[in-house]
Ligand binder design. Structure first.
Ligand code: UN1
Length: 501
């Protein structure tokens, strides 16, 4: 196994870039200092914004399929760097090996998607009510995209945005989480390698990375030079960002909190449900926005399901995320551990029975925060259940009738992901119907996390309403233009209005 330093150097990060700076980056694995890096000065922001604008003016004139070629090369470079970048995700964010690699695979997948998209930025042709006229819709590059990303998907979520933005003709200014700047610096190196192979029709300043705190993000959020802000993180962050972007009539793409549920119906394949529950509730140590946090189980099968889950949880290997066989790595920091403990206390006070949830100190690296995932049987969906705690806590409630289960599933402030396990076709269809789940993602017989890139990703209510990644999410990165072309020798007015002069 490579060390963190060897991994950083294999990715092209020089020792001089990793020492002597004011931002100390530590690993959640053991608290070790990974680097001390230089921060972007707020005073440099005007130049960074100007460079992005200059890059935009050049990049928007490069044909979209040619822009796609840059993203194709990025995908190739990511394939070459997959093992190292995946390992760096583990060192910096604490993910287990397979999930670190999975995150890089998600980047590769979205690059492939975006390459195809670069030849499919289609608009409509619309029937005109006037003879000798044609109407159409065309899609145009919009300008620099400010990407604000979170620690838990430190590279994939950036790539969802960047791959689309680049084929759409938009430069990117990326403000990664202060907890995970090294993976961002490594991505910039990978991108540089793609650029070097691309040729000189790519302007300078297509990708700029901002290292540092919220003050840098605030400049992006407030600047009319950045027409699109794509922000991933907590609902609290989104509440601060959204009104500021709106105040300058910017466009935001928000991917905020989730509080994702699974309904388990009497007919469910329990074997499959248990596997889906365990992966989606404890994978990434409960730190995905799509993590399963609420289990709504038919009362007739609750005792059996909880018993099976408690048993499965007891055998979960917790430890160094890069060690063979580990399924649960550390939480990101001590504050996350404290938040988990506080949520469990609150759950107990609200009538919950807690299984697990203790701090683990044996057979784990010292200096990291390792927690045993918790299952909490709740008498009802109380306040703590309706609140997103970014930790491996699974609340279990029961239901009698599907209508009540759907009400409970929807009766939270967040609206990201959801699922039902059932073999009953009526229940399955109801769940994805107009009066079923109110979430952006609703699945049948698979868990709520681990979405593929081909679909649009995002959710409603406090999740923020944005859509990223696949389907037609690209439209958020372009401006739509409605065109009417008159090829007649007359000038008829719409709606039959006459205005003779
Ligand atoms: C996130 O947690 O911000 O669906 C993104 C999933 C991943 C993406 C999660 N593909 O769980």
């Amino acid at each position: 196994m490579r060390t963190a330093n060897e991994t950083l150097s294999a990715l092209g990060l020089d020792a001089s870039e990793l020492t002597g700076g004011s931002l100390t980056v530590t690993s959640p694995i053991d608290g070790a200092v990974l680097a001390k890096i230089a921060e972007t000065a707020v005073d440099d922001m005007p130049q960074i914004l100007a460079d992005s604008q200059t890059a935009f003016k050049a990049w928007r004139t490069v044909p979209a399929p040619r822009r796609g070629e840059l993203v194709r090369l990025l995908g190739e470079e990511l394939r070459a760097a997959k093992d190292d970048l995946g390992a760096l995700v583990s060192f910096e964010a604490g993910k287990i090996t397979s999930e670190g690699l999975g995150e890089v695979q998600e980047m590769i997948d979205i690059c492939d998607f975006a390459v195809g998209l670069s030849r499919q930025l289609y608009g409509l042709t619309i029937a005109s009510e006037r003879s000798g006229h044609r109407m159409m819709e065309t899609w145009h590059p919009m300008g620099p995209v400010g990407v604000i990303s979170a620690f838990n998907f430190p590279v994939a979520v950036w790539c969802w945005n960047a791959a689309l933005a680049l084929v759409c003709g938009d430069p990117v200014i990326w403000k990664p989480s202060e907890k995970t700047p090294l993976t961002a610096m490594a991505c910039a190196k990978v991108f540089d390698r793609a650029l070097a192979r691309f040729g000189d029709d790519a302007p300078k300043g297509l990708l700029q990375v901002l290292i540092g705190g919220a003050d840098l993000g605030e400049v992006l959020v407030d600047s009319p030079k950045v027409p699109i802000i794509s922000a991933t993180g907590s609902t609290r962050m989104g509440r601060a960002v959204a009104p500021r972007v709106a105040a300058r009539f910017g466009r935001s793409i928000l991917e905020l909190g989730g509080n994702n549920a699974m309904i388990v119906a009497p007919s469910a394949d329990l074997e499959m449900a248990v596997r889906a529950i365990v992966f989606s509730a404890v994978g990434t140590a409960g730190q995905r926005c799509t993590t399963l946090r609420r289990l709504i189980v038919h009362q007739s099968i609750k005792d059996e399901l909880v018993a099976r889950l408690v048993k499965a949880y007891a055998g979960l290997p917790i430890g160094h995320p890069l060690a063979e066989g580990t399924l649960i790595g550390p939480l990101v920091d001590a504050a996350a551990g404290d938040a988990m403990a506080a949520a469990l206390d609150a759950a107990k006070a609200q009538g919950g029975t807690v299984h697990g949830g203790e701090k683990v100190t044996e057979n784990v690296p010292a200096g990291g925060v390792y927690m045993r995932p918790a299952i909490v049987e709740m008498p009802e969906q109380s306040d703590i259940v309706r609140h997103e705690t970014f930790a491996p806590i699974l609340y279990v409630m029961t239901y009698d009738h599907l209508d009540d289960a759907l009400d409970m599933q929807n009766n939270v402030p967040q609206g990201l992901s959801s699922c039902i396990f059932t073999m009953n076709m009526r229940e399955a269809e109801r769940f994805v119907s107009d009066d079923g789940s109110d979430c952006g993602i609703a699945n049948v017989n698979i868990g709520p996390s681990g979405a593929e890139i081909g679909g649009a990703f995002g959710g409603e209510k406090e999740t923020g309403g944005g859509r990223e990644s696949g389907s037609d999410a690209w439209r958020s990165y372009m401006r739509r233009q409605t065109n009417t072309l008159n090829y007649s020798a007359e000038l008829p007015l719409a709606q039959g209005v006459s205005f003779d002069i």
